[in-house]
Design a protein around this ligand. Structure first.
Ligand code: HPA
Length: 284
């Protein structure tokens, strides 16, 4: 039987071409403008891509856009599926497998997050340096083989993180560093849970990213991740989050993200290119 990711990979390459895609970006709530203005853009609705999340996911019009940004071939995933939608931690598994199958080696993940760190106020961009899987759910449960014992020692790639920091400095975009803690959602946390998160060492709270990073590491994809702080978490600094606020501030934050990512793509990293030059598994 042909796996859905194989069919999806074939559709992407048939429509967008076989040239190496250097980076995929997964965009969080309200951030689709980051992908505006790609050259030679080819848009493929998720509905056309087997294994990609269905049309019921948050964010209208979920789609993949492949194109050129700052001279680099990139893919943007506009819309992601969350664990809280169906209780499925593997919701993004097939999409990630598809990225690996078309030969992408590096993925930039973004999300909207609540902050429990007074220095990370709404609108701040934060590089995720590590995470706490507080949800406890693991997308690799049920992986029959030893392939499930994935190392998470350096889940967020040091080299890509460094490149992102350099890009932030070059573009004059502020980028802090923090620990992201995964809550299942969709309800927001209670103030008591937020106090606990602070004690346990988190800076950011969110409802995505962690299962994606775990699955991506199984696929040996290199990950760097940036949160847009959309609010102070419940009860912290008078935080009282709402989904409307998340969407609104996420959209505002995407202006800085766009500048950051364009700078990231322009930032030279010769060693990385050599490391990253593996051709598509499906390349013809
Ligand atoms: N908590 C969890 N997830 C979030 C929040 C929050 O306060 N804001 C945006 N996503």
């Amino acid at each position: 039987m042909i796996a859905p990711c194989e069919t999806a990979a074939e559709i992407i390459q048939t429509r967008a071409g076989y040239d190496q895609i250097e980076f995929a970006f997964i965009l969080g709530t309200g951030m689709s403008h980051v992908a505006d203005g790609l050259e030679n853009a080819v848009t493929i609705p998720y509905a056309d891509l087997p294994g990609f999340p269905g049309s019921d996911i948050s964010g209208h019009d979920p789609r993949l856009v492949v194109g050129i940004q700052e001279g680099v071939r990139v893919a943007y995933l506009l819309g992601r599926a969350h664990y809280y939608e169906k209780g499925d931690p593997k919701a993004m598994e097939s999409a990630l497998e598809t990225l690996a199958m078309v030969g992408i080696r590096s993925v930039v993940i973004t999300n909207a997050a609540g902050s429990v760190n007074a220095d990370m106020y709404p609108g701040t961009l934060v590089q995720i340096t590590d995470h706490i899987n507080f949800n406890g759910m693991n997308p690799l449960i049920g992986n029959a083989s030893d392939g499930g014992f994935v190392s998470m020692t350096e889940a967020y790639d040091k080299r890509l993180n460094k490149r992102m920091k350099a890009a932030a400095a070059a573009a004059g975009v502020g980028l802090k560093e923090g620990i992201y803690m995964w809550f299942s959602g969709p309800s927001f946390e209670t103030p008591a849970e937020v106090r606990m998160a602070r004690i346990l060492g988190a800076d950011l709270l969110g409802m995505s990213t962690v299962p994606e990073v775990i699955m991506a590491r199984r696929l040996a994809l290199h990950i760097t991740a940036v949160s847009v702080v959309t609010n102070f978490a419940a009860g912290f600094n008078n935080g009282n989050p709402s989904h409307a606020e998340t969407k609104e501030v996420g959209m505002q934050g995407s202006i800085g993200l766009r500048r950051l990512f364009k700078s990231f793509l322009k930032t030279k990293d010769d060693g990385w290119n050599a490391l990253n030059s593996s051709a598509s598994l499906r390349r013809k």
